[in-house]
Write a protein that binds this ligand. Structure first.
Ligand SMILES: C[S@@+](CC[C@H](N)C(=O)[O-])C[C@H]1O[C@@H](n2cnc3c(N)ncnc32)[C@H](O)[C@@H]1O
Length: 202
């Protein structure tokens, strides 16, 4: 019997080093980071093990994902990762009280209803003090247009799976961010036509 509950998300192996490089640029040496939608937990163990001054709080609404996060944490022996929380961006009561020094959300806002993005920014506005970043990673449309054929195909696939899902428009997300007290985003081009988008609490 295989009782290893660790999940494997192959994309994490491709994007984790570029994401780490951005975090190393923008984060101070120490702090407390809340990761939303941690999924398998592979980002958490990789990123937290390279950012040893940070206390890492992973989360996911999916119980199997939380089991995977805990199993990866134990298997890799990463000391600065807390047990995962059951945060659902759609449920305002599921968030911790904070504050946090940074929030990270990788590949969630296009694979969830738009209301999850609304919930994410509402929470970030509450949980992040002035100067703290909300760091998002994923594909975006710019000015209503896809930036690559592969993103257009991905968007069509997402919408076929669930009409509430879909690649978001960066300007729409930035407008939402402004309503929660965030400045204009710093935008970093990433591999495979993804972006890292960093909103700083004003
Ligand atoms: C494509 S996976 C990305 C996981 C991980 N961040 C990664 O990059 O491998 C999307 C994740 O979003 C989570 N998710 C979906 N809806 C959510 C919501 N409303 N609030 C928080 N997380 C959500 C899912 O459980 C899943 O783990």
């Amino acid at each position: 019997m295989n009782d290893d509950v660790r999940r494997h998300a192959p994309a994490t192996l491709r994007n984790r080093a570029p994401i780490l490089a951005i975090l190393e640029q923008v984060l101070p040496a120490t702090g407390h980071l809340l990761e939303v939608a941690s999924g398998s937990g592979e980002h958490a163990v990789f990123l937290a093990s390279h950012l040893g001054g940070w206390q890492w709080q992973p989360s996911d609404p999916d119980a199997d994902a939380r089991a995977s996060i805990a199993a990866w944490t134990q298997a890799e022996g990463v000391p600065n990762i807390a047990p995962p929380l059951a945060i659902n961006a759609l449920d305002p009561t599921s968030w911790p009280s904070g504050p946090f020094d940074a929030m990270l959300c990788v590949n969630m806002i296009h694979i969830a209803p738009w209301e999850a993005t609304l919930g994410l920014f509402a929470a970030a506005g509450r949980l992040l003090p002035t100067g703290a970043p909300l760091i998002l990673y994923g594909p975006y449309k710019r000015g209503g247009q896809h930036t690559a054929d592969s993103n257009a195909a991905f968007d069509a696939d997402l919408r076929a799976r669930d009409p509430r899902w879909g690649v978001r428009d960066l300007e729409t997300v930035a407008d939402l961010a402004a309503t929660h007290g965030f400045g204009a985003p710093a935008i970093h081009e990433m591999p495979a036509n993804n972006l890292t988008v960093i909103f700083t609490r004003q």
